[in-house]
Design a protein around this ligand. Structure first.
Ligand SMILES: CC[C@@H](C(=O)O)C(=O)SCCNC(=O)CCNC(=O)[C@H](O)C(C)(C)COP(=O)(O)OP(=O)(O)OC[C@H]1O[C@@H](n2cnc3c(N)ncnc32)[C@H](O)[C@@H]1OP(=O)(O)O
Length: 251
């Protein structure tokens, strides 16, 4: 199974389970996201939604470059990118707090998924980055749009995107991307992170999330996400991108 969904005491944990591919997102995993979103909407018991990656090495390495490499044209790329962008928008606007429990590398689309979450709880040894620039594309799932909504200083957010490098956990904390850096066991870190939130009435959480979502509706967030998708699609079909992906796959 490429993913698991487990609910315990109101905490729903979605685990990306392709450690041999560093939990890269393929079509099957996209369906997993949809299943989780539906689960949360239909549940009265889920209080927190957590996403994490199986294994110790990676949270998520972004889109599955082997699978998506068959997409050559702008139109083909737009199909895949917009599908995942729609999913991430649904995820970002869920009525419960969302937590990326970043157990290892989060790069490319993996960094976008984490940025679409409300909180990023990051393992001390994890490295994360919007490395899409090294593949001659921009983020294509809405990640840059979410990044500019996360309250980071503008120059720091922009530098993260245009340097296209991975940051260590100290740098991620310094720029304000990581909510918390943890040492040791991820389950313990998660339990500590939600310790106080748990004691608060869920109606309060839902109300705060609605405030955020209303702001996003007024700021046309969805439209801006889809424009980001279009930009990425245009770059995707260029030779520079296909050459960079070839280099990665041959490595
Ligand atoms: C498509 C959407 C777009 C977006 O909108 O953002 C993207 O996400 S673009 C994709 C961006 N991602 C990458 O460029 C991934 C780059 N991967 C890495 O940098 C590294 O793999 C890692 C995540 C830092 C982990 O490094 P390490 O632990 O050293 O593992 P390996 O590099 O040896 O990888 C093991 C294995 O997994 C395969 N792999 C890794 N990432 C992907 C991926 N995104 N898609 C497909 N396959 C991936 C890698 O090729 C290795 O395979 P084998 O050699 O066959 O073992």
């Amino acid at each position: 199974m490429t993913y698991t969904i487990d609910e315990t005491d109101g905490v729903l944990v979605f685990t990306l389970n392709r450690p041999e591919r560093r939990n890269a997102i393929n079509t099957e995993l996209m369906e997993g996201f949809k299943e989780v979103i539906e689960y949360v909407h239909n549940s009265n018991s889920v209080r927190f939604l957590v996403i994490t990656g199986a294994g110790e090495k990676a949270f998520c390495s972004g889109g599955d470059l082997a699978e998506f490499h068959s997409l050559k044209t702008e139109q083909q790329a737009f199909g895949m990118l917009s599908k995942m962008a729609e999913i991430l928008y649904e995820w970002a606007t869920l009525p419960v707090p969302t937590i990326a429990l970043i157990n290892g590398a989060a790069v490319g689309g993996g960094c976008e998924i984490a940025t679409a979450c409300d909180f990023r709880v990051v393992a001390r040894e994890a490295k994360c980055g919007f490395i899409q620039g090294t593949l001659a594309i921009t983020s294509g799932w809405g990640g840059a749009t979410y990044l500019f909504e996360r309250g980071l200083r503008h120059d720091r957010a922009l530098k993260m995107l245009i340097d296209a490098q991975v940051y260590d956990s100290g740098q991620l904390e310094e720029v304000g991307w990581a909510t918390k850096v943890y040492d040791g066991d991820r389950e313990v870190a998660l339990a500590q992170f939600i310790e106080y939130m748990r004691t608060i009435n869920p109606g309060v959480h839902k109300a705060y999330k609605e405030i955020e979502i209303r702001k996003w509706a007024e700021k046309d967030l969805k439209k801006r996400v889809m424009e980001e998708v279009s930009q990425c699609s245009k770059l995707w079909e260029l030779e520079a991108h296909h050459e960079a992906v070839n280099r990665f796959l041959k490595k």
